[in-house]
Design a protein around this ligand. Sequence first.
Ligand code: TEU
Ligand code: CA
Length: 555
Amino acid sequence: MKTRWYKDAVIYQIYPRSFCDGNGDGIGDIKGIISKLDYIKSLGVDAVWLSPVYKSPNDDNGYDISDYRDIMDEFGTLDEWKEMLDGMHARGIKLIMDLVVNHTSDEHAWFVESKNNNSEYRDYYIWRKGRGKNGKKPPNNWTSNFVGPAWEYDEASGEWYLHLFSKKQPDLNWENPKVRQEVADICNYWFDLGVDGFRCDVITYISKTDGLPNGKLAIPFIGWEKYTMGPRYHQYIHELNQRSFSKYDSMTVGESIGINPDNAFESIDESVEELDSVFSFDHMGVDFKFNIFPKKFDLKKYKKILSRWQQLPKTCQPTIFLENHDQPRSLPRFVGECKDKRELAGMSLAASILFIRATPYIYQGQEIGMTNCVFEDNDYMDIMSIRVLQTLKKRFPILLPYARKVLNLRARDNARTPMQWTGGENAGFSTAKPWMKVNPNYTEINVEDSEKRQDSLLNFYRKALAYRKGKEVIINGDFALVNPKDKDVFAYSREYDGKRLLVICNYKNKRVKFKLPKNISFNKANLALSNYLDSLTTPKDTVLREYEALVYELE
Ligand code: TEU
Ligand code: CA
């Protein structure tokens, strides 16, 4: 039975490698997570999305899985994982695991077997003959998301295998019914152990265009292909839903590149029985062209995109996130140089997303306002950053100075620096030298310090989450942008059954005018939440202070 609990849930994302090190080897682990369960509970979140913890050679930090039914040695054991799950459930926190099934690791037993031409596992992956004389050219022009061709040649069999990410992440062949049954079995294995749902990694990639035709080159130097939302995407996900997701009171969220408000209905409406929700990336593209090249953040555009998701029928559940392990930090990304107003800016961002109709995701460190980090070439640990730098050094060294700037802004490493727990050694993340650079601003930005101050961003998140809980107007209310053309202020109203909410958030580090539209009338107003001590108790035409955020209940 589906209770659709995710409609009133806030989900906290943990990137385990960087969350907390429990055994002093410099790498975050399950023991570390267990030690922070009370902290997670104290935030008021309802569930945790845990990035992959399965066995993996870590070419892509766990997104390359070599055994779907066991835990990575560096992270601990299955018994520790069970202890963690029990600890979460005991606190009323659900667990969403990461399901990475577009590809496996090349060290997965299936792929090792698959290298043998005559094995029944050959067809678990996508093997093709090459083009050109002797087949020494890749089967098509597709490029991997991590730079370079998406095909790797295998001498022994004289064929190529497809990998849309690193060559250590061969793509599974979903056309093979056995592969699809394996995936359902894996999901059921974890459901039976008690997990509450899955975040489905690059799930729209699973069905490839028939015949694997050449794709259009759309991103200079990097390429782009036609492999999202292939012809049997819906069929495969519906089948998985029937074999697994629908049998449990679960929730699923797809990482769904290619899904947008126009085609979302056929993917997430309750009637289609596929996924319960998706992450879309259209709002992450407002300040990065092709997801790579920085451009100026445009709040008007941003609001328009979010608002389009809000207009979907109530049987489609939107999601909202500002950060994850693949994105730079939201401070100062969406709010400009905030300097000494960093926490106020974080509050304005928080208030702007926490009261729309959506399941919000909060990424570790976002709740204390962790920021991007400055990296030298050798600091980068992410395979993507490393490959970009390597390729440029080899082939386009002239572009390096520009690329270094872009990389610093865009790198996934920005979100992966260790969680800043204290102002002490290694930010309290580990007693040993952490696996990757700690952001030097940990002396100033850390949980310990945030706990001490009533007016910290951390405590604002707590207040906001507590306020949100169980409010029909937030879960189900109609959404309308207020002053959509305003380029400084993100304001909106919600309405449900006569109850109204008005949210006003200044995204700028300056004072800006706010005009209350005529159609918003009320007899009584109650200021439910704000980030200044002396905010107006009744909304009216006013001048908002730097990053001022206001939430009103109207009657
Ligand atoms: O991400 C998919 C993906 O497309 C990103 O890696 C993208 O390339 C990145 O955001 C830069 O734009 C998922 C996981 O979230 C990511 O961590 C994995 O590396 C990737 O899949 C492969 O599993
Ligand atoms: Ca460890």
